[in-house]
Design a protein around this ligand. Sequence first.
Ligand code: SF4
Ligand code: SF4
Length: 348
Amino acid sequence: MNCIRSKPEEALEITREIHSRSRRSFDLPEAPPRAAQGLPCGQCANNCCILEGCKGYCGLVENCQGRLLRHGGTPDKGVLEWYYDPLPTNCVSWWSCPGCTGVGYPEYTDSAGPEVGYRNLAVFYGSCSTDCLFCQNWHHRRMAKDTAASVSAGELATKATSETSCICFFGGDPSTQMPHALVTSETILKGRPKKRNFRICWETNGRMNPGYLEQAAGLSLRSGGNIKFDLKTWSPHLHEVLCGTPNRITLDNFQTTVTKYYAQRPKVPLVTASTLLVPGYVDVTEIREISRFIAELNPSIPYTLLAFYPTYILNDIPATPKKQAEECYRTAKKTLKNVRIGNINLLR
Ligand code: SF4
Ligand code: SF4
């Protein structure tokens, strides 16, 4: 990490090539296209401008003879996998969730404790707006190529059966397929009996188009759900090194959502945050700055520090040491009230 801090340009030169090589192997653009003559997509914060015959960064959008063709992310086509997850779940935000703890009963859960016997509809989108070298779900990169098996929002909404009490959009990242996720959510809530709780949740890198994020926040706020932002780094250089994209929009989106909505439902936190403790990269300095940023907005926001395990490109560094996790925890606790270490089984 010290090398990246002291020689950011050199580090970026090396890692840009690593990102490019890995993305080429999945037939994905090496960077978000910015051609002045291209067609603007606008579906996520990458704001790709795509030349004729080329694709957007996520691989789902193509300029075909001067028209944008969307192979996913529209209400009739979601490129995704879905499954049921029994409650209480292992969602990162489980410890502040009505369905897993009973907090917010009876407004946001039908149970005073964990909703045992019910399940979450987990929606894994097969596309992403960034490119983490430590991607724990890297196989989503294959899904953008195989869009034939897409699922419409209407069809996905039928999977929210009477035993299902929440939906969580993750991936990949929902930011590249927001119109699909929003219509799915609205369809489910509309078809639900008034007295039956159903929560809408998101786990995201925060690179959403701000207009879509606002709609997502509105749905989660009224349903008792939450938006978990992955604040991967504080340093902009480190973010670009590890994830291939800048982190400004994520921090801005986080700040806007907290400022506008958090105080409206403090007992059941609408916004939560997490950071993956990548050994040698995401260190105590990063955690200190992220924690201060969150605390300045509201020190009660739940913050989860997640243990890393070797995978994808960063498959040659070890899992997070217990010592690092404990130091980061103590550092975050200096400014934040609600901090937790997740995935403790992975610590070494
Ligand atoms: S959804 Fe985002 S990443 Fe995909 S083409 Fe549009 S702007 Fe680019
Ligand atoms: S999806 Fe939301 S409501 Fe459901 S278990 Fe996860 S955090 Fe709780």
